[in-house]
Design a protein around this ligand. Structure first.
Ligand code: GTP
Ligand code: MG
Length: 629
């Protein structure tokens, strides 16, 4: 098996300006994307397909007013009570790739691409004649050439590369000019996570209210509706919780989505459900976010319940880190609650400090967040709207000076995104609208109108005809944006959640197995031993697949690893809370990346019977991925 792995770390790093010839016609394969070999089943698990349901389209979203210029809710900004929200996980995220250059991957892709593509095409064609769609061009086989021609070809290739690089630079310039015409404020996806009832939806609703996304009349309507349902205090949450079930039960089910802006940034709020039954939906939401707001209820007894073993404060924080949420704002909410506030409503510094003291070691030791660099604490009242846009009045809180929620979010450093990386967008949903619309979040690279791309793993050649960024049409978009892209060359039925829209020159790897480092969490009581043969549900970017641990390569000693010593020891099995190196197999080809190339496509969670049992990152991919496919 050793030789079937591609150790991509050995690929010499290439410059970030590696050529990416957008205009060069890419090899096209005669693959039928409808071929049964790619019958992806995104519902083959405990995953709740509702979160991707196209039946709940994104509501029209009027632009929220900049927070700083909208001191009061603007009636004009609200549309007859419709607010800028929709309970959908329509957009997928990517946090910018890990520190290593994506060009490495490009080089790796480029070096192995042509041969394996040809082989893939060949394998597909010979295995099933009907997989060749009549309207697709013939498979590309030109790279399988006699050795004598290789030197000439290499020289020619060098010239082509230079030419392509020049072209790429021009192309970049053109895209940048287009980008400059659009709203150039940085965009950030913020996911609200935390235990059930912590106040996530209330805070999301309050943010919209404070930024003019909801008017007074709507609030009054919600107040009445909430009262009728005996849920008086939930009226603010109704702004985010839009469906009947959510309102009746007072619990978010699907990830709510809404937009707001400050002077500095454009934000998408992703309001995740806190209930443990809906963790898969929370995963889908967090996977789209750059920053998380972990809402923790300070109310007496409520923090304790949420932070117990099995409480969602813990699980959400761990998942967030794995899913690429690099920074976490810990919003210590409900500071106004009479169980902890003083007689005149003063916020309790003791309670605030107590929660920080209890939660910090967990975030550091069990989640991997660096307390100084990655975590910011903040006291807040989502219900009262205190310390969200404006600081708390001194008589309520004189001891906190760290900035409001908006200030804290505005000051989170922009994520370094290299526009020259190959384009990647994990598709979370699709629908028909004058063509095929693929929805997702651009994870790396840039995209512009007219681009020729592939939808992987089926390698369907498509062209980009329209790009919508947060519902507004744009000419081009960079990484980290929520996009809807109109494509030609593909039917909506040919796309499933978890497919990846990618650059034609630098394909996203397509595999049926990979090597990964797993951090095993608490295992199920009746499956307390983890060994080869363990089956689980793999959640990776917007993809959900059944998988099997086919090999337990060894247990990892992280201390030894950090010291550069031999760190992996063979074992037959491990128990919970250990770190292991494993091989994971899935039945059908999936698109993933090595964690250190594109982190968002290389980190995952394993769930079993509704519980997260492990978090992991991909360390190695098979050598010839397309052969595996
Ligand atoms: P799930 O969606 O079920 O995970 O809950 P959630 O975190 O979205 O909580 P939600 O916003 O629905 O609020 C739950 C309850 O807490 C409601 O009764 C809110 O009024 C109340 N609540 C939220 N924020 C505050 C706050 O700042 N102070 C007080 N006193 N109550 C709050
Ligand atoms: Mg909620």
């Amino acid at each position: 098996m050793a030789d079937s792995w591609e150790d991509q770390a050995e690929v010499p790093p290439s410059s970030t300006s590696a050529p990416q010839p957008k205009s060069t016609p890419a090899p096209k394969l005669g693959l039928n994307p409808n071929a049964s070999t790619f019958a992806f089943n995104p519902t083959a698990s405990s995953f709740n397909p509702g979160s991707f349901a196209p039946s709940k389209p994104v509501s029209p979203q009027p632009p929220a007013q900049p927070a700083t210029t909208a001191p009061h809710p603007s009636a004009a900004a609200a549309q007859n009570g419709d607010v800028t929200t929709s309970a959908d996980t329509h957009m997928t995220d990517a946090v910018e790739a890990a520190s290593s250059s994506g060009a490495d991957q490009a080089a790796a892709d480029m070096s192995s691409l042509s041969m394996s593509d040809a082989q893939l095409a060949h394998a597909r064609q010979s295995s099933s004649a009907h997989t060749t769609a009549p309207d697709r061009p013939a498979p590309h086989t030109a790279s399988v050439q006699p050795a004598a021609m290789a030197a000439d070809a290499a020289a020619e290739e060098d010239d082509e590369m230079d030419e392509e690089e020049g072209h790429r630079q021009d192309e970049m310039q053109r895209i940048q000019t287009q980008l400059d015409k659009a709203d150039n404020r940085e965009h950030m996806n913020v996911v609200f996570i935390g235990h059930v009832d912590a106040g996530k939806s209330t805070t999301g609703g309050q943010i919209l209210y404070l930024t003019g996304g909801v008017d007074e009349r709507t609030i009054q309507k919600y107040e009445k509706e909430a009262k009728d349902k005996n849920r008086e205090s939930w009226y603010m949450a109704y702004i985010m919780d839009t469906n009947e079930e959510e309102r009746a039960k007072g619990k978010t089910v699907e990830v709510g989505r809404a937009l707001f802006t400050t002077e500095k940034k454009r934000y998408t709020i992703l309001d995740a459900p806190g209930h443990k039954n809906y963790v898969p939906n929370m995963i889908a939401g967090a996977a789209q976010a750059d920053v998380g707001v972990l809402v923790v209820a300070a109310r007496k007894g409520e923090f304790e319940t949420g932070f117990e073993r099995g409480g969602q404060t813990r699980e959400h924080a761990q998942l967030a880190k794995t899913l690429g949420v690099a920074k976490l704002v810990i919003a210590i909410n409900k500071m106004d609650d009479p169980s902890i506030a003083g007689p005149s409503g003063e916020w309790s510094k003791e309670r605030y400090d107590e929660i920080i003291a209890r939660i910090t070691p967990f975030l550091r030791n069990n989640c991997g967040y660096h307390p100084k660099k990655d975590i910011i604490f903040l006291p807040m009242s989502g219900l009262m709207g205190t310390n969200i846009k404006d600081p708390p009045p001194k008589h309520i809180c004189s001891w906190y000076t760290g900035g409001t929620l908006f200030e804290v979010l505005d000051n989170v450093d922009p994520f370094p995104r290299d526009p020259l990386k190959p384009f990647r967008m994990s598709i979370i949903d699709k629908y028909k609208d004058m063509g095929t619309i693929a929805m997702g979040k651009s994870e790396s690279g840039m995209i512009s109108k007219g681009d020729a791309l592939y939808v992987m793993p089926n390698k369907v050649p498509v062209s980009v005809t329209t790009i919508y960024r947060d519902d507004a049409e744009v000419e081009a978009a960079k990484g980290g944006e929520n996009l809807r892209i109109r494509l030609t060359g593909i039917e909506d039925t040919e796309i499933s959640a978890g497919f990846v829209l990618c650059s034609r020159q630098r394909l996203v790897p397509t595999v049926t197995f990979f090597q990964a480092q797993l951090q095993i969490l608490d295992l199920l009581e009746h499956k307390a031993v983890f060994t080869a043969g363990y089956k689980a549900i793999l959640h990776i970017h917007s993809l959900v697949e059944e998988c099997e641990i086919t090999q337990l390569i060894g247990q990892v000693d992280l201390k030894a690893k950090a010291q550069g010593r031999d760190s992996t020891h063979p074992v037959k099995f491990v128990k919970g809370n250990s770190v292991v190196l494993v091989r994971i197999d899935v039945e059908k080809p999936i698109c993933v990346e090595r964690f250190d190339h594109v982190a968002q496509l290389g980190r995952f969670t394993l769930r079993d019977e509704g519980r997260t049992i492990a978090i992991g990152k991909i360390t190695k991919l098979p050598k010839s991925l397309k052969e595996a496919a």
